[in-house]
Design a protein around this ligand. Structure first.
Ligand SMILES: Nc1ncnc2c1ncn2[C@@H]1O[C@H](COP(=O)(O)OP(=O)(O)OP(=O)(O)O)[C@@H](O)[C@H]1O
Ligand SMILES: [Mg+2]
Length: 325
């Protein structure tokens, strides 16, 4: 059985549209104008037990709305979903015990209390024993490097430390499915890396099924082999991250290194492809995929070139292009 199975899931928000000015406000009292926002539009996917899948999309694509439905915080307008066999929005107590949702943009710990007190409270709510609480705090505190921060009031922790505490709080009851909505947002690069590595390690150790959103491509590239891309509420890609490059990048980047003391004019290089970068010792050309071999051959034959590198266009750029469509 798949850990997560979603079929035709749809969420339409009905929002009240205000007309500008006083007259608009008065008119609004009598004829409310509603606008329908299709935040999530007929999405379907399946995630197997233990998979770590990246959920990507531009701002407003419908990622958080989807995760909220899968966590039972929102009712869908239509469609179905099962997570570990549960219909999330039926909010079974047993479901609450097997999943967790972490919202990077939202603080779920008590602001004025030391983190440990929030953790103790969570342990009580979820029926986690004192022994397991201690074990988890030791294990995860160690992995995240916050073992000595548990007694500091949450509001005094740094953003990164707070996020780490949020993760520990969410994992106390050892959920089998974990929804992570931008767990690294706003963190400095070092904390981002720690959190990223923690997620990878946790997934490997506990075989937790994880659906993760992030606007940082490093997170996605280092953690997820599979990605689901959503735009305007619809899934536009679901597959291996590598395949994105094959499917969407029509170009490769060809870097030439000049032989000692030699170089070429930009005009001359432009005849081989789009000139992206030009230095005294090297140049980067963007070349159509199907022309790469013949172009490299010509470059070697015709220019004072000592070395050639061929690279894929960075995934980040490819994804930006997909979103732009
Ligand atoms: N409670 C709500 N009422 C009305 N519209 C909403 C509500 N929540 C979300 N929306 C709209 O639904 C759409 C999807 O929002 P959502 O938060 O799911 O996007 P997202 O993919 O998480 O974006 P981001 O990357 O910015 O976090 C947006 O157009 C948003 O304005
Ligand atoms: Mg969001």
């Amino acid at each position: 059985m798949a850990a997560i199975e979603v079929n035709g899931l749809t969420k339409v928000f009905r929002t009240y549209r205000k007309e500008p000015g006083l007259i608009g406000a008065i008119k609004g009292l009598f004829h409310r104008k509603y606008e329908l926002v299709r935040a999530v539009d007929q999405i379907s996917f399946k995630i197997e037990v233990g998979e770590l899948v990246g959920f990507l999309g531009p701002n407003g694509a419908g990622k958080t709305t989807t995760l909220k439905m899968l966590s039972g915080l929102l009712y869908p307008t239509s469609g179905t979903a099962r997570v570990l066999g549960f219909v999330p929005w039926e909010r079974h107590d047993a479901y609450r015990r097997v999943f967790a949702l972490v919202l990077g943009q939202k603080n779920q710990l008590w602001w004025d209390l030391p983190a440990v007190e929030s953790l103790e409270l969570n342990a009580k709510i979820y029926g986690v024993s004192r022994a397991q609480l201690n074990r988890t705090m030791a294990e995860l505190g160690e992995l995240l490097g916050v073992r000595d921060k548990f007694s500091i009031p949450v509001r005094e922790l740094s953003l990164g430390e707070r996020m780490k505490m949020e993760l520990i709080a969410a994992l106390l009851h050892q959920p089998k499915v974990l929804f992570l909505d931008e767990p690294t947002i706003g963190l400095d690069v070092v904390s981002q890396k720690v959190v990223r590595e923690f997620i990878r390690e946790y997934n490997a150790r506990h075989k937790t099924t994880i659906l993760l959103t992030s606007h940082y491509m490093t997170d996605i590239q280092e953690l997820c082999r599979r990605v689901i891309i959503i735009d305007h509420g619809r899934i536009i890609f679901d597959g291996q991250l590598d395949a994105i490059v094959d499917q969407f990048a029509d170009f490769k980047l060809v870097t030439i290194h000049y032989a000692l003391g030699a170089s070429c004019s930009a005009e001359r290089l432009a005849g081989y492809g789009e000139l992206i970068e030009h230095n005294p010792a090297s140049a980067v050309l963007k070349v159509k995929r199907d022309r790469v071999i013949s172009v490299c051959k010509a470059l070697l034959d015709e220019l004072p070139v000592s070395d050639i590198d061929i690279q894929e266009v960075p995934i980040e750029e490819v994804i930006r292009k997909i979103f732009a469509r």
